[in-house]
Design a binder for this molecule. Structure first.
Ligand SMILES: [Fe+2]
Length: 275
């Protein structure tokens, strides 16, 4: 079972560049082509928020157009750059987006995995939060998923990553503590997966592993100085492939969108290691 995760697409209206530099639409088109070409093909793709850049209806229409060629079932989540009503309006047939009342949260099965998608956005601010209503909903979902391998997904990482300007925008620390305490009660939670920080990260969290993924376009610079200026770099576009089997659990592979040179054989046709 393969679950692909892409995050932080930041789609603009057609022709517009993010931060006057990045053609995020073109990058997403490349990512969709790369996902379609994967063998074996993922069972689903989860998109962990910041789907568009300013929550505009026109941007969601562009997102929808760009995702149309994706031949794999996909699930959309909200980040701080999203707008719940505009997202729902652009995807009227996506029932999971509208079953959570005020929030865009839902649980779905991807093969043997239960995926619980949380809504960590707070309209009008970049940092995230989980109010008591959302934490109570999560508890109900975790109770219902007991014994099933489970992935909890949310946009905002619930941990300090060391990149100062991103840490200011992380999940509210009190909410992160409550989330960790809740997750710790459910040993079937294989992963807590996040976006927002545009980099690959892994940390122990609530008795499981929390992780973040790079973006299909611009990445946040790896600058661990406390006063690191807010800046992005054009490191290679990438995503995560979460592979699950019952014996191992989840192994997360870091995957690049663009093809690299190769593959080249390790061995001669006769079987000797190439010297
Ligand atoms: Fe974000």
């Amino acid at each position: 079972m393969l679950l692909a995760q892409i995050s932080d697409l930041h789609i603009k209206r057609p022709g517009a560049l993010a931060y006057r530099r990045v053609d995020t639409g073109a990058y997403l088109a490349r990512t969709v082509a790369a996902l379609n070409a994967l063998e074996p093909r993922p069972d689903a793709v989860i998109m962990t928020g910041d789907l568009v850049d300013q929550g505009d209806p026109e941007q969601y229409e562009h997102l929808k157009t760009l995702l149309a060629p994706l031949e794999i079932p996909y699930f959309l989540m909200v980040g701080n750059h999203d707008e719940r009503a505009a997202l729902r309006a652009a995807f009227p047939d996506r029932n999971e987006l509208r079953g959570g009342g005020e929030f865009v949260h839902y649980a779905v099965d991807v093969g043997p995995l239960r995926v619980i998608a949380l809504d960590s956005m707070v309209p009008g601010q970049s940092a995230g939060n989980l109010c008591d209503a959302r934490l109570a909903w999560l508890e109900t979902q975790l109770d219902a998923a007991q014994g099933k391998p489970t992935v909890v997904a949310l946009h905002h990482p619930p941990f300090v990553c060391g990149i100062g300007h991103m840490d200011e925008l992380r999940l509210d620390p009190a909410a992160a503590d409550k989330l960790a305490a809740l997750i710790a009660r459910y040993p079937n939670v294989e992963r807590v997966i996040c976006g927002h920080v545009h980099r690959p990260m892994f940390v122990r969290f609530g008795g499981t592993i929390a992780s973040a993924v790079p973006a299909p376009a611009h990445q946040v610079g790896l600058d661990l100085r406390e006063d690191a200026p807010s800046a992005f770099v054009m490191e290679p576009p990438a995503y995560a492939l979460h592979r699950y089997d019952a014996a191992t659990g989840i192994v997360t592979h870091h995957a690049y969108v663009d093809k690299a040179d190769g593959p080249y054989p390790f061995y001669e046709p006769e079987g000797d290691l190439i010297d």
